[in-house]
Design a protein around this ligand. Structure first.
Ligand code: DGT
Ligand code: CA
Ligand code: CA
Ligand code: ZN
Length: 563
């Protein structure tokens, strides 16, 4: 999925054009196209491959040509021309929302402020206020503060695809690199991308990566750069004999490392990014692989997703680590949409794509009628949809399409249909979208009401959080989990990259209480069926085994649970 990348490219083109004093209409056109690509449900690369770029809203022939050049070659000639016209550092300054092109131009040419670091210093010394006035300076200071507190973190999906692109770029040049850090641990958001390699050629090759905007640090063992997407990448070059220790160290988490190190110290040893050492004998005990280091410390190998200092070291010592669920364990997907409601794809195509992934069953769960904006279905439209589903099921045997619904929970906790009507679905998921400004008590009451409803099988994205945009509902989750347990209901880990809801901590708690979780895509397009990958990251971070996951069950199992 390159939508994010292409949207960023167009956004940058817009900003560069503005900074370089280009025609205003162009500036606006690029920005509009960027927004359009960002919101596109389909994978832009797929659209490009079938020659459909110009069908996308706000993409005309000129912009289509640029996207084509970028997707075929990885670069954009015109962008490189523009970059030459724009003063050094001003693009980096423009990552701050309050710094527009004119301000950036002025700061970099007249005041010599050419990096975020310099901007921060100017902000605290008062020089910034002299340059741009109190009001603007105050706004910039606030933006800088926000960037520091994490609102500038990327979603896992963005880091994942950027990381994959980097690995491929090095791979094509015969260099193995491996992502570490929070990306490898599968955190829902990622601050920067950490890469590790043993190949000394990597540093030079990295500096030539087309997406590199500015190399901020360059030494023999570490190169740091900002990409044009605004992302920082740290590449570290280490020795073969130290690779495992370095991978362990730079995968983190920091807290996990601290616990490991104290384990080493207990034995009179020393653990750092160079290896596990016995200082008395000045001898390297382990370092080539992570497995070796864990083994020497008397531990089972700990998968990266568990390295959060949440009891994994103790479990590893006792040989009690969970056998974590993998994407391949999923036998179906219990949440997705079609054009019947707000999906972008025909039901038939969603089903075919799900089948092609190797699933045994899939639930089509379009919205129910009270979600007007999402074209929610009435009873009558569901009955029509079911006729199509029955026909397809006849043809696709033994594959099975489950008749599903994402039932909207109204403000008073009631649902759109009668109990009898819900019984005619195979799978009923319920979602609380509306009324999210209600008090936590009221929201909890609605969730509990739904979990006590005999027709409901799953509570979808239980807290309704949107990463980077909105906190989840402050539900009384222990109560919600208890209600799910008491009523035999499933709680969802929604794999949509902005949701990843329930989160890892609460999913684990739910599992501990004996509640099953489903790992779903919430796909609105074929490409988004991939979302389960990120849901699986959450599930693994929650210590889930296949037996904890509802859609790792057979068709018969899921039908029984949902009946
Ligand atoms: P992020 O980038 O904020 O999403 O989170 P991480 O975990 O990727 O953190 P990052 O990029 O600052 O550092 C990568 C890893 O390097 C981190 O997980 C553990 C290790 N590390 C970094 N700084 C320290 C430190 O001061 N002490 C220890 N023990 N480990 C560190
Ligand atoms: Ca990192
Ligand atoms: Ca880092
Ligand atoms: Zn949905």
């Amino acid at each position: 999925m390159k939508n994010y990348e292409v949207a960023e490219l167009l956004e940058r083109l817009s900003r560069l054009s503005e900074a370089a004093g280009e025609d205003r209409f162009k500036v606006i056109a690029y920005r509009r196209a960027s927004t359009s690509v960002r919101n596109l449900e389909e994978d832009i690369e797929e659209v490009w491959k079938r020659g459909g770029l110009e069908d996308v809203k706000y993409i005309g022939s000129g912009i289509a040509k640029k996207i084509d050049e970028y997707l075929s070659t990885g670069r954009l000639g015109m962008m490189e021309e523009l970059e030459k016209k724009v003063p050094a550092g001003s693009m980096e300054l423009m990552r701050v929302p309050g710094v527009g092109p004119k301000t950036a131009y002025k700061l970099s040419t007249r005041y010599g402020i050419r990096s975020l670091q310099a901007l921060k210093e100017a902000s605290s010394s008062g020089r910034l206020a002299e340059a741009v006035g109190q009001v603007v300076s105050k706004r910039i200071a606030e933006d800088l503060q926000k960037m520091k507190t994490g609102s500038s973190r990327m979603l896992l999906v963005e880091a994942f695809y950027l990381g994959a692109q980097l690995v491929a770029y090095f791979g094509e040049r015969g260099i193995d690199v491996q992502p570490a850090g929070s990306l490898r641990r599968g955190s829902p958001t990622v601050g920067d991308i950490d890469l590790l390699t043993t190949d000394p050629k990597a540093a030079g090759v990295f500096a030539n990566y087309p997406l590199v905007d500015r190399v901020s640090e360059r030494g023999p063992t570490k190169v740091s750069a900002f990409l044009k997407t605004g992302t920082q990448v740290d590449l570290r070059v280490v020795k073969d004999a130290e690779y495992g220790a370095a991978l362990l160290y730079f995968t983190g988490s920091k807290q996990h490392n601290i616990e490991l190190r104290s384990l080493a110290i207990d034995r009179g040893w020393k653990l750092n990014e160079y290896g596990l050492m016995d200082p008395k004998a000045s001898r390297l005990l382990a370092g080539r692989t992570e497995q070796e280091v864990y083994a020497k410390l008397g531990l089972e190998y700990i998968p990266p997703e568990l390295r959060e200092a949440r009891g994994e070291i103790e479990a590893a010592r006792e040989g009690k680590l969970p056998h974590l669920v993998r994407e391949g364990d999923l036998r179906g997907d219990l949440h997705m949409h079609s054009v019947w409601s707000d999906g972008k794809e025909d039901l038939e195509r969603m089903v075919a794509a799900a089948k092609a992934r190797g699933y045994e069953y899939v639930a089509i769960t379009d919205h129910s009628v009270s979600v007007g904006v999402a074209n929610g279905l009435t009873e009558e439209r569901f009955e029509r949809q079911w006729r199509l589903v029955d026909e397809l099921n006849e043809r696709l045997k033994p594959f099975r399409i489950l008749k599903g619904v994402e039932a909207e929970v109204r403000a008073d906790g009631s649902l759109d249909f009668s109990r009898e009507f819900f019984d005619r679905f195979d799978i009923v998921g319920a979602s609380i979208h509306q009324g999210h400004r209600q008090t936590p008590e009221k929201l909890t009451e609605r969730a509990l009401k739904v979990l006590n409803h005999p027709g409901v099988d799953i509570l979808y994205h239980p807290t309704n959080r949107l990463l980077g945009r909105r906190e989840g509902h402050a539900l009384d989750l222990p109560k919600v989990i208890r209600a799910a347990k008491d009523n035999g209901k499933i709680l969802e880990i929604d794999g949509s990259p902005t949701r990843l809801d329930l989160d890892d901590v609460w999913s684990r708690r739910a599992r501990d209480e004996g509640v099953k979780l489903s790992v779903d895509s919430d796909a609105h397009s074929v490409g988004e069926l991939e979302n389960v990958r990120f849901g699986i990251s959450v599930a693994r971070r929650a210590w889930l085994e296949p037996s904890d996951v509802a859609n790792a069950m057979s068709l018969r199992g899921i039908l029984k649970m949902a009946s």
